[in-house]
Each structure stands twice: as structure tokens, then as C-alpha cells.
Ligand binder design. Structure first.
Ligand SMILES: CC(C)(COP(=O)(O)OP(=O)(O)OC[C@H]1O[C@@H](n2cnc3c(N)ncnc32)[C@H](O)[C@@H]1OP(=O)(O)O)[C@@H](O)C(=O)NCCC(=O)NCCS
Length: 214
């Protein structure tokens, strides 16, 4: 029997998450998940139309999830780390149970631990001896090198490269195509701009950009 799941967020990553669920079902011997729909406090008309084109209903506001937590799992398909942190705390206070989704076309190595609520997209590569916290997003084509530790609510955007033995602290966003060199630490709540090359540790809450990133 497939398990019911509700996606939080009708935006781009929410709909990509639906595709991750569909790919998991398509490659399993029998469906793993039954998508009940999406909750979102007010999808824009364009997001609403794109959701409808996928044949997935908008169930209502996020509050609607409260009445489903006993029977359905949830996953947050929203790219902002801080929004994910706030929402997961709220949903977990209702007794919410997060699902962990790994696209069958992701490459996941040995000794990898992936926390609840995390989403690993197709084409992502996660090397060996890695720990991902809760509600971590690994976008398409991102690479996470050996021995990395990514804490809760980290977002690794498409095509970013996290070299070996890097620590990415809680709530940090690594922009599309950015490169983090080996053995560095990116502090909590930091933002690494798209295409940046990080060559030194990044302090908590800092935004860095450029090559080398400053
Ligand atoms: C760095 C970033 C956070 C800046 O956002 P912002 O504060 O809204 O910045 P603005 O767009 O107002 O631009 C401010 C300045 O930074 C520059 N800038 C923006 N992004 C930059 C980047 N990635 N690298 C270098 N410079 C950048 C702009 O050109 C502008 O320069 P100017 O003042 O000389 O004209 C953002 O551009 C970014 O890279 N975010 C990551 C996005 C990402 O990964 N997207 C993929 C989603 S799937």
C-alpha cells in the first residue's frame, strides 16, 4: 500500500519534489507514495496553474495539513532554509512526520546518512561518509564530496560543488554553480552566491560572492 504524502509549497521546488515522488514510484516494484496534494498559503495564479497542469490538487492553506498529520507524511518543497525551519517546527508541533525523498537517478555512495524531510533530486551526486541533517535540499546536478557534513535546513542549489570534508552549518544556502573548496566550514545562516568560489571559512550569517568569494 502506498503511503499518503502532502507536499508543502506550490512553487518551483514544490513541483520538482512532486517529480521526485513520481520518479520513486515509477522505479519501485509498486508505488511507494500517494500524493494527496499540495498545501500552500496562497499560491500565485501562475504557480496554481502549473500545479493544476501536473494534475495535483491544492488542498488549501498550510493549516490544512494539521488534519492529515496522523495519516500522511509531509515534505517541504520550499527553497528558503529559514522558511523550511519555521514551517517544520510548526508542522512537527502538530505531530507531523516528515518523509525523506531520494530520486532514483541520484548517485548516493556508502555510509551516507540522510535526515528526515530531506530531498535529493535527480542528477545529484552524494559521495561517501556523508551526513545530511533534517530538511536538507540537494538540487539537480549538485555534488557533495566525501566526508561532508550538512546540517539541518541546508539548501544546495543546482550544480553547486561541495568539495571533500566541508561542513555546511544549519540554515545555509549554497547558490547555483558555487564551489566550496575542501576542508572549509560555511557558518550557520550564510548565503553563498551563485557561481562563487569559496576559498576560506565563511562566518555565520555572511553573504559571500565572486571568485574568490568575499
Ligand atoms: C548573491 C545574491 C544573494 C544577491 O542577491 P541580492 O541581494 O538580491 O542582489 P541584487 O540582485 O540586488 O544584486 C546586487 C549586486 O550584486 C551583484 N550580484 C548578484 N548576484 C551575484 C552573484 N551571484 N555573484 C556576484 N555578484 C552578484 C549584482 O550584479 C549587483 O551588483 P551591482 O550593485 O554592481 O549592480 C543572489 O544574486 C544569489 O546569487 N543568490 C543565489 C541564487 C541561486 O542560487 N539561484 C538558483 C535558484 S535554483
Amino acid at each position: 500500500m502506498p503511503e499518503d504524502i502532502i507536499i508543502v509549497g506550490a512553487g518551483g521546488f514544490g513541483r520538482e519534489t512532486i517529480d521526485v515522488v513520481r520518479a520513486i514510484n515509477a522505479t519501485a516494484t509498486e508505488p511507494v507514495w500517494n500524493v494527496l496534494g499540495v498545501v500552500d498559503d496562497g499560491p500565485s495564479p501562475v504557480h496554481g496553474a502549473r500545479l493544476a497542469a501536473l494534475g495535483i490538487p491544492h488542498l488549501g492553506d498550510i493549516e490544512e495539513l494539521r488534519s492529515h498529520v496522523a495519516s500522511a507524511r509531509y515534505v517541504i518543497g520550499i527553497g528558503s532554509p529559514s522558511v523550511r525551519a519555521q514551517l517544520s517546527e510548526r508542522i512537527d508541533s502538530w505531530g507531523g512526520r516528515a518523509a525523506t525523498l531520494i530520486h532514483p537517478a541520484a548517485v548516493v555512495g556508502s555510509e551516507v546518512r540522510i535526515g528526515e524531510g530531506s530531498v535529493v533530486c535527480g542528477g545529484a551526486q552524494i559521495s561517501t561518509n556523508i551526513v545530511l541533517g533534517r530538511h536538507v535540499h540537494i538540487n539537480p546536478g549538485a555534488i557533495v564530496g566525501h566526508d561532508c557534513r550538512l546540517e539541518d535546513y541546508v539548501s544546495i542549489n543546482p550544480g553547486a560543488v561541495i568539495s571533500g570534508d566541508v561542513r555546511v552549518d544549519s540554515g545555509t544556502l549554497i547558490g547555483a554553480g558555487a564551489v566550496i573548496l575542501q576542508l572549509l566550514e560555511v557558518g550557520p545562516g550564510a548565503l553563498v552566491a551563485a557561481s562563487a568560489c569559496v576559498t576560506k571559512n565563511v562566518p555565520a550569517g555572511a553573504t559571500v560572492r565572486g571568485v574568490p568569494a568575499r
